[in-house]
Design a protein around this ligand. Structure first.
Ligand code: ADP
Ligand code: MG
Length: 679
């Protein structure tokens, strides 16, 4: 592919600036598409101006002055045959004063507004015109840029790129014609220089045929790349497990409950995957409380019975600890050796654990991200289970995968369901199992939205509930800006509660506590020795105390949707009717109101995730920065669902019939051109 420095007309500084924009070759430059457009294709007379409409005018400066009151400004009057208009500059250079002197003939562009002296434009773009200066023939593109690179230079560079003979199709034209798409070349020409009659609105909504064609290409690249990733996995070796003969049935017999249909279904899907000679990468989705842990244990036992070690990784120490205790109870009767590894262990404990892992004595190791650190060695890791996978970055998951030879199987679990569009795109390289049913006997959680002004009533409610033998959580407000403040708030709340409820045993957990301290508090709450637990959002994931049936969340308006859903899922785990009270501080912002409305109205994790996606967009939803998930530049999963479906349907056929063209397509879209990453 032609690099930019090979183009003679491109100066060194230009190439350097383009590189700052992530543009390194012709394809990248061609695919650097406008943010918006301005219409300089015709000239509007002053008489025909309308407030709020961006317009181009032409006329002569009849008055110009620099005023100092109320503040410094350069003010000029432009006159055409039909009237006058004010041009106002609040920041300006001497060169602009010179350009706007009386008698200058100018063409100006900008959004018109009603001012004190009739219409005016603030900070118009201006250029001097002669007798026969032509108007633009196409709409003028406005590109994303960096300091030092003007729109004009970018436009020129792109115009040059359009002439470089790099606009050929990656796939046979018939593929695109089947969808009635314009060609790649026409699409790019159209988007960089749209014909004057193009509707600005559809253009900016990216619903013109040209935009749609390119969005399709981008989605196609994403689908192809995911498929290839998927196919590569099929060509890599993994330990092949047998079906479990005794351990799994031993576990199931010991449980006080029977698996739900949904649990049985996903357990079979996982069991089959583990019998394949290729690494499983399966995402197990199930709403909070749907019972993913037991399913994970069944997979672990299958691995252990086949002679392979298992690692179970959780995102927080509290959760890892809880898994450890629970699983110890389940698996010790089956004579399974379980080890425990976290960052805050004593050196001696840690050494013992590391030895038992390396020697293979530990069959199952439960821990936090400490598990994938370098010093950690397994004898023969066959299965890595990752709980609350959305809390981990891609790198961490990859690191755990490299702890085994051949590549271990991976089971990822999440209670944050992934809306369909996302699972079709960003997660297309994973297999997905869904537990779509809660264990029986759970009563739905009642959610209440209560203004903070009614705090006294809520305290009374806590008092009564605990007096009846129930347990409650009091969740402290999230303070994102400062962990120190967060801690202070938790301590204050704890003191307040002790003062308010001298008759209750109250505990406190927060992220800054030592693991052992947390463990003592959680164990006491689990055992029912504490009636009220004051907690920060550290309890958001996984914590399971079935007798807790009341939760108060302070400043609920500060929390995200999935966070609220996760927190709320800490109650409603037993037979007792549970209540979650969301305290909010007036006055609510628009989005906070929208979030609280969703959480109030629905308890369906999938619906909540979809609403969250709509409110936040995929970037925020997926936490791109931490997950490293490649983002789409042109396509929008909500707007372009149909394109996504079509791209998905087409991808397999293209891989089979046009392997070389697929590579070309991926080079175009996943090289330096897009933000997509080629795998
Ligand atoms: P999550 O999917 O949120 O991780 P857990 O695995 O923690 O949920 O399960 C929630 C609770 O439900 C646990 O106490 C677990 O023992 C219990 N549980 C799991 N499966 C069943 C079932 N089929 N019937 C009754 N209780 C179950
Ligand atoms: Mg869980």
């Amino acid at each position: 592919m032609v690099t930019l420095s090979e183009i003679k007309a491109f100066s060194k500084p230009l190439v350097a600036n383009l590189s700052k924009l992530g543009i390194h070759n012709i394809q990248g430059l061609l695919l650097h598409l406008p943010l918006r457009y301005i219409d300089e294709t015709h000239i509007t007379a002053v008489r025909d101006l309308r407030a709020g409409v961006a317009s181009q005018l032409e006329g002569e400066i009849v008055h110009a002055e620099v005023t100092y009151k109320p503040r410094k400004a350069l003010i000029a009057r432009l006159e055409d045959a039909s009237g006058q208009l004010t041009l106002r500059f609040l920041h300006f250079y001497p060169s602009q004063i010179a350009a706007l002197k009386v008698g200058s003939k100018l063409r100006v562009y900008g959004e018109v507004r009603s001012g004190y002296f009739g219409y005016e434009i603030v900070h118009p773009t201006c250029k001097a015109v002669g007798e026969k200066t032509a108007v633009a023939e196409t709409l003028t593109p406005v590109y994303p840029t960096v300091a030092g690179l003007t729109q004009d230079s970018l436009r020129k560079a792109i115009a040059m790129a359009l002439k470089q003979n790099a606009l050929n199709e990656t796939f046979p034209a018939s593929i695109y014609q089947a969808f009635n798409f314009p060609s790649f070349a026409d699409s790019l020409r159209d988007l960089h220089n749209p014909p004057p009659e193009t509707d600005l609105h559809t253009l900016e909504e990216k619903t013109t045929p040209a935009w749609q064609r390119l969005a399709f290409d981008e989605l196609l690249a994403q689908q192809l790349s995911m498929r290839k990733h998927y196919a590569r996995r099929r060509s890599v070796n993994a330990p092949q497990f047998k079906s479990s003969k005794s351990l799994v049935s031993g576990l199931l017999k010991s449980l006080p409950f029977a698996l739900t249909q949904a649990q049985q279904k996903v357990a079979v899907e996982i069991e089959r995957d583990l019998m394949q000679p290729h690494p499983m990468q399966r995402l197990l989705q199930g709403d909070v409380g749907s019972g993913k842990t037991i399913v994970a244990c069944m997979a672990a036992l299958q691995s252990i019975e086949s002679g392979w070690q298992v690692a179970l990784m959780a995102p927080t120490e509290i959760l890892a600890e809880q898994h450890y205790r629970k699983i110890l109870g389940w698996l010790t009767p089956l004579n399974i050796q379980i080890a425990w590894l976290t960052g805050s262990q004593s050196k001696k404990d840690r050494t013992t654990t590391l030895e038992s892992m390396a020697s293979g004595r530990a069959q199952l190791v439960i821990g936090t991200h400490a598990l994938f650190q370098e010093a950690v060695q397994f004898k023969n890791l066959g299965l890595a289970i990752i709980d609350e996978q959305h809390r981990f970055g891609v790198q961490q998951r990859l690191a755990l995968r490299q702890k085994g030879q051949p590549e271990p199987h991976q089971l990822m679990m999440t209670a944050t369901p992934i809306p369909r569009t996302l699972s079709m795109s960003y997660y297309a390289d994973l297999d997905v199992s869904v537990i779509d049913e809660l264990p029986p006997g759970r009563t739905p959680i009642v959610t209440k939205l209560v203004s903070d002004t009614r705090r006294d009533e809520i305290l009374q409610r806590v008092r009564e509930s605990c007096a009846q033998g129930n347990q409650a959580y009091w969740v402290c407000p999230l303070i994102e800006e400062s962990e120190v403040l967060q801690l202070a708030t938790a301590n204050d709340t704890y003191a307040l509660m002790q003062n308010e409820f001298p008759e209750l045993n109250i505990g406190l957990v927060h992220g800054r506590m030592k693991s052992a301290e947390k463990q003592i508090v959680m164990a006491a709450f689990s055992a029912g020795d504490l009636q009220l637990l004051v907690a920060t959002t550290v309890i958001e994931v996984g914590v399971d105390v079935p007798n807790a049936s009341l939760m108060i969340i302070e400043h609920a308006e500060r929390m995200g949707l999935s966070q609220l859903h996760q927190l709320r899922g800490r109650v409603g785990r037993g037979a007792a009717k549970s209540t979650c009270i969301l305290l909010y501080q007036n006055k609510l912002s628009e989005t906070a109101r929208a979030r609280l409305k969703v959480i109030y109205e629905t308890s369906d994790g999938f619906a909540i995730a979809q609403a969250d996606l709509n409110l936040r967009g995929p970037g925020e939803f997926l936490g791109v920065r931490q997950s490293g998930v490649p983002m789409l530049k042109i396509a929008d999963l909500e707007r372009d669902t149909l394109l996504l479906e079509n791209a998905k349907a087409l991808a397999d056929r293209l891989l089979k019939e046009y392997p070389a063209e697929v590579e070309r397509h991926l080079d175009r879209w996943m090289g330096s051109a897009g933000e997509l990453v080629k795998v």
